[in-house]
Design a protein around this ligand. Sequence first.
Ligand code: ATP
Length: 238
Amino acid sequence: MSTLDVNHIDAAHGQLKAVHGVSLNVAPGEMLFLLGANGAGKTTLLRSIAGDHRAYSGDVSLAGADISALPAHLRARAGLALVPEGRRLFPQMSVRENLTLGAATARDGPWSVDAVYDAFPNLARLDRSPAGKLSGGEQQAVAIGRALMGNPKAILLDEVSLGLSPAAVDLAYAALAKLREMGLALLVVEQDLSRALRTADALIVMCEGHVTLRAKPAETSLDALAAASFGHIEGEAA
Ligand SMILES: Nc1ncnc2c1ncn2[C@@H]1O[C@H](COP(=O)(O)OP(=O)(O)OP(=O)(O)O)[C@@H](O)[C@H]1O
């Protein structure tokens, strides 16, 4: 059974339809990448799954339970975490305080501040530092750590590498690989097609709100991912 099942989500911003009937599922220990150019609808889809944006139709299930009717905080309590674009930390609050906010779901599980520091050793020495003083990579680690503090079953990550140095991106993905080994379901929005192709268990490409490609890495190529990002649907005559 999948951890996350998303069935035929439609979402809009006013008159603009941003997501057209998108379905996907993510198994335990699977990393599914969601790709597409700016404006493809990736963030709107992630926010709709998390309950931060109201989809006007479609269903979301987590570990077999339908959570479509729940508001965002109850989806989080059910075990669905979102690491949003821009990370949305509280810059004046310390690393520890930001992490502790993630425990508001009150779900039981293995994650604590110390467990996050084991997973991201560079954060431990920053325990009392204001999050706003951290580098982009350190802030991304705090944002992922805050999601883990809620002991989620599935994590949605928006634009993991945005604004990070190559070394910081490597560190973030090393941490995600460990979470995958622990059996978490990971849905990752990424602009770097090559990184996605190297890292993914499965890939979905969107263009203008539609899915244009679904593939396993071994079945596709950078060129096919790029073409799908600009709307070419595999199998269709050019
Ligand atoms: N708050 C909003 N109000 C109106 N339109 C919006 C809003 N947010 C997004 N859109 C529009 O919805 C469409 C999908 O945007 P979305 O941010 O979901 O795409 P994206 O693939 O995540 O792109 P990006 O990589 O730029 O974040 C775009 O046409 C965008 O302009």
